[in-house]
Design a protein around this ligand. Sequence first.
Ligand code: HEM
Length: 149
Amino acid sequence: MSAWFAAAYPWIKSAHIVAIVAWMAGLLYLPRLFVYHAMAPIGSDRSETFKVMERRLLRGIMNPAMIGALGFGLLLAGIPDVVDWHRGWIWVKLGFVVVLVGYHGALARWRAAFAVDRNRHSPRFFRAVNELPTLALIAIVVLVVVKPF
Ligand code: HEM
């Protein structure tokens, strides 16, 4: 690893982790908002307030945080000798990253449906899907820290 890469590596990793924390906060909180939004009568003040909260969370925090997490991750992966591409953990991790990006896309679609009062899912549904990012996060952290295979 050249001196420049060696110096940049911990800073890029810090930025990667900060972006991940912000992104995960949104991935965990937005479906909680959907749980309560799905119980609010259409047209009520409560429902309109949820629309504003959901839009700001997705556009103001989650979209930029996702771009940062993926961008800094790719930068890290591009530093020579950081990843041994013959190991399995990095590929399984990237598989879970695809799952999280897909989940983010699903949340964006559900938010757009709520914005025009066309939500078709129950509060129970949103409670259930909320488990997915938690499981993916646990798997990713174990994979990158323990590197079991
Ligand atoms: C395109 C997507 C991503 C790529 C290419 C990527 C790549 C990387 C690389 C190369 C490292 C450094 C590994 C090392 O120093 O051994 C790293 C660290 C890390 N990544 Fe990612 N990452 C991505 C997305 C994510 C996501 C979505 C999460 C969590 C939800 C995550 C969690 C972590 C954590 C916790 C670390 C720190 C591990 C340590 O302290 O060594 N990454 N990532």
